[in-house]
Design a protein around this ligand. Structure first.
Ligand code: SAH
Length: 225
């Protein structure tokens, strides 16, 4: 068989989004320290290639962030997996995500059977994400708003996940955490952020720990169409 013929199925895209390619990503995440089988299964199940532009679909199962337009990115699978593991540690039912972006992280949470609420400030990204949720039959509640105010009418939440970086944790968000809940967010300046996990104890006291160094796009104020 010629080299060209052997490469063809992959070049067509189907090979690059196949179950085998997804399994390879899951094995890599396992090697990189992701241990929660529920999370690994969700990553195996959710078709990440449907959350990026068709032109990037062949790269969807690489462990890397990819552009989704408007200067934003779909997070790296390892980061999605690590944040999801952190959130699952409090056995949540109701989760709020700030920064819907492509909708991938929200879809991973929904695949785990959680009640997902997500907020995005860029209207066009949210419209595309909603189409994806619909075509995958996922019932995810979403809102076009500045997520720094959270979603007080729908709170409190067992877990809150912020997928854009701010210089400090946002008080309005920790206020919407239920007792026993957790908030996971990248905190810090553009070049050096830390993934921080905040826990709210039953008596309301807060404690926090740093999980890993990360790089996220910034949490910005206001909304745009
Ligand atoms: N969770 C996304 C990652 C998207 S990148 C995914 O799985 O694809 C971060 C997203 O946060 C961007 O879409 C950006 O527009 C959004 N964002 C930034 N500041 C925000 C804010 N104040 N409120 C809501 N969304 C915000």
């Amino acid at each position: 068989m010629s080299l060209r013929m052997r490469l063809q199925p992959e070049a067509l895209g189907t090979g690059m989004t196949s179950q085998r390619v997804r399994d390879r990503l899951v094995e890599r995440l396992r090697e990189e320290g992701i241990r929660d089988e529920r999370v690994l299964n969700a990553i195996r199940t959710v078709p990440r290639h449907l959350f990026v532009d068709e032109a990037l679909a062949t790269r969807a199962y690489e462990d890397t962030a990819l552009p989704i337009g408007h200067g934003q990115t779909i997070s790296q699978p390892w980061v999605v997996a690590r944040m999801t593991e952190a959130v699952l540690s409090v056995a949540p039912e109701k989760v709020l995500e700030i920064g819907t972006g492509s909708g991938y992280q929200a879809a991973v949470l929904a695949a785990l059977g959680l009640e997902v609420h997500t907020v995005e400030r860029i209207g066009e990204l949210l419209r595309v994400a909603r189409k994806r949720f619909r075509s995958l039959g996922m019932n995810i509640r979403s809102k076009h708003d500045d997520g720094r105010i959270g979603w007080p009418e729908n709170g409190p939440f067992d877990a809150i996940m912020v997928t854009a970086a701010a210089p400090a944790l946002v008080d309005a968000l920790s206020a919407q955490l239920a007792p026993g809940g957790t908030l996971v967010a990248p905190v810090g300046a553009a070049a050096s952020q830390s993934l921080v996990m905040l826990r709210k104890q039953a008596d309301g006291t807060l404690s926090q720990q740093a999980l890993a160094p990360v790089v996220f796009v910034p949490l910005l104020s206001g909304m745009i169409d």
